[in-house]
Ligand binder design. Structure first.
Ligand code: ADP
Ligand code: ASP
Ligand code: MG
Length: 415
C-alpha cells in the first residue's frame, strides 16, 4: 500500500481537482490510499464560522455563505447539473447548519472540531466523485471510523492500538479519505491540530505498514528555505528522518512536525513531490545521509515576542524562578521557540497563538522585571556557515543569537 497526501493548495480550485487525476494517471492507482485536506483556505473560513457562531452572530450567515459559494463554484466547473454531488454537498452543509442550530455545548474546542471537520468531508466528497467520473474507482472512506483518538479537541492524541486494529478492515485497492479529522471512543469528531493532514498520512502509513508516503506540493520538494521569504532556494534531494524532524520542529512549514516519527519507526520513506512538475523526483526523506546537497537550511518564524526576565531582588535566575516562569508559560499556552539563560536574566522567544501574553505579563511583573519586544522574527539556520549568518544579520537589528554545533538561531527586529 502507498499513501498519497494532497493538501489544500493542491485542491484549491477546479483545476487543482482535475490535476489530481493527472497525478494519479501518471503514478498509477493500484494499492493506494489518498488523504485529502480541506480545499484551499477553507479551514480558515470554517474557523470564522466558529468565531461568528460564538461571538459575532450577525456575521454567521455570511461566513456560512462563503463556504457554500466556494464549494459550489468548484462543483459547477467539474460536474453536470444533475450530478449526485449537488445533493451530497447540500446534505453536508445542512448537517453543519443543523449542528449549529441544535448545539447546546459551550466548549469552544469541541464546537471547533464539529464545525471545522466539514472542510475535509466536503473536499473528499467532491474529489472522490470527480475521480469516479474520470473512471478512477476510488472508495470514499470516513476516516473517523479508522483513526481513533482521545477527546482532547483540536489537538487529539491518537489511540494507536484501536487505529491499527481498524486499519485491518481496509482491503480495497484505492481509497480516498480525509486528513486532519478523527474520532473519539464514543464517535465524536476530533481533529489532530492545524496542518494535521500530513500527520494523518503518517498515522495511516504506520498502521498499514505502507511502502511509502508521498506528499504532493506546489513546490518541487523540501527546499533549503521557504521560497516565499528567500529568493534563491535549493531543492534538498535527500534528507534523513532526523533532519526532517529538526527542520519541522524549528518551523519549516512544509511538513507537519509529528509526521516523521511514525514513518521513521517503520523505516517508511517519505517523498515530497511537486503536483505540477511530475517528472521531478522531489525530496526523499529516509534513513541515511543527513542531507544532500549539503547546504545551509533557513527556517523563519515571524511575529514572535522576545522576553527578558530578571529578578527584582538581584537574586540569581535559578531553578525556583525558572520553574515558576515555565509554569506560567504553560498555563498561558505560550509556545517557547528559544531559551537563553544567564546568571541574572532569562530570555525566551515566544509565540502567542492564544493571545495570552498580557495575562502572562500581569501575572509575573510584580515579582520580576520584564522587558520585551513584539513582532520580531526568529531565524533558524541549520548547517550554517559564516556567509549564511551574515546574510541573516543584514535583515535588521540583531537582538539575540544562539549557536550550537549544527544550528544557529537569531532573533531579529526587522521593523
Ligand atoms: P498544503 O496546502 O499542501 O499543505 P502548504 O501551503 O501548507 O501546502 O505548504 C506548502 C508551502 O510551504 C509552499 O508553497 C512553500 O511556500 C512553503 N514552505 C515553507 N518552507 C518550505 C521549505 N523549506 N520547502 C518547501 N516549501 C516550503
Ligand atoms: N485543513 C487542515 C488545515 O488547514 C489540515 C491540513 O490542511 O493539513 O489545517
Ligand atoms: Mg498545509
Amino acid at each position: 500500500m502507498r499513501v498519497f497526501k494532497f493538501g489544500g493548495a493542491s485542491v484549491k480550485d477546479a483545476n487543482g481537482v482535475k490535476n489530481v487525476v493527472n497525478v494519479l494517471q501518471y503514478e498509477g492507482v493500484e494499492n493506494t490510499l489518498i488523504v485529502v485536506s480541506a480545499m484551499g483556505k477553507i479551514t480558515n473560513a470554517l474557523e470564522k464560522v466558529v468565531y461568528s457562531y460564538l461571538y459575532e452572530k450577525e456575521k454567521l450567515k455570511e461566513a456560512l455563505q462563503y463556504i457554500e459559494t466556494f464549494h459550489f463554484a468548484i462543483i459547477d466547473e467539474l460536474f453536470e447539473k444533475e450530478h449526485a454531488i449537488y445533493q451530497e454537498t447540500n446534505r453536508l452543509l445542512g448537517q453543519l447548519q443543523g449542528f449549529l442550530i441544535n448545539n447546546t455545548a459551550v466548549n469552544y474546542n469541541y464546537i471547533y472540531d464539529q464545525v471545522v471537520s466539514y472542510g475535509e468531508l466536503l473536499s473528499t466528497k467532491i474529489v472522490s466523485h470527480y475521480l469516479n467520473e474520470q473512471k478512477i474507482n476510488a472508495t470514499w472512506l470516513d476516516i473517523r471510523t479508522i483513526i481513533k483518538t482521545d477527546e482532547n479537541h483540536r489537538n487529539a492524541t491518537v489511540n494507536w492500538e484501536a487505529t491499527q486494529q481498524n486499519c485491518e478492515k481496509l482491503t480495497a485497492a484505492l481509497y480516498l479519505t480525509q486528513g486532519f479529522i478523527a474520532s473519539s471512543k464514543n464517535n465524536t469528531t476530533t481533529t489532530l491540530g492545524r496542518e494535521g493532514s500530513d500527520y494523518s498520512a503518517g498515522i495511516l502509513a504506520y498502521c498499514l505498514q505502507a511502502e511509502s508516503v508521498t506528499i504532493w506540493k506546489d513546490v518541487d520538494g523540501v527546499l533549503n528555505a521557504d521560497p516565499r521569504v528567500f529568493d534563491a532556494t535549493v531543492l534538498l534531494e535527500q534528507i534523513s528522518y532526523q533532519e526532517a524532524i529538526e527542520m519541522a520542529f524549528y518551523g519549516a512549514s512544509v511538513i507537519h512536525p509529528k509526521t516523521i516519527k511514525p514513518l521513521e519507526n517503520k523505516k517508511i520513506p517519505l517523498y515530497v513531490r511537486s503536483f505540477i512538475n511530475l517528472k521531478s523526483k522531489g525530496t526523499k526523506v529516509s534513513k541515511g545521509v543527513d542531507l544532500h546537497p549539503k547546504t545551509s537550511c533557513f527556517i523563519v518564524k515571524k511575529n514572535q515576542i522576545l522576553v527578558s526576565i530578571s529578578t527584582k531582588d538581584f537574586s540569581f535566575m535559578v531553578e525556583e524562578n525558572l520553574s515558576a516562569i515555565f509554569k506560567q508559560l504553560h498555563l498561558d499556552k505560550l509556545k517557547v521557540n528559544l531559551i537563553q539563560n544567564s546568571a541574572i536574566s532569562f530570555s525566551v522567544c515566544l509565540e502567542d497563538n492564544f493571545f495570552n501574553f498580557n495575562q502572562f505579563y500581569d501575572e509575573l511583573h510584580t515579582k520580576y522585571k520584564i522587558k520585551y519586544n513584539t513582532n520580531v522574527t526568529l531565524y533558524t539556520v541549520r548547517h550554517f556557515d559564516k556567509k549564511a549568518i551574515e546574510q541573516i544579520e543584514l535583515k535588521g537589528k540583531l537582538l539575540l543569537k544562539q549557536i550550537s554545533r549544527e544550528t544557529v538561531q537569531l532573533v531579529i527586529d526587522e521593523k
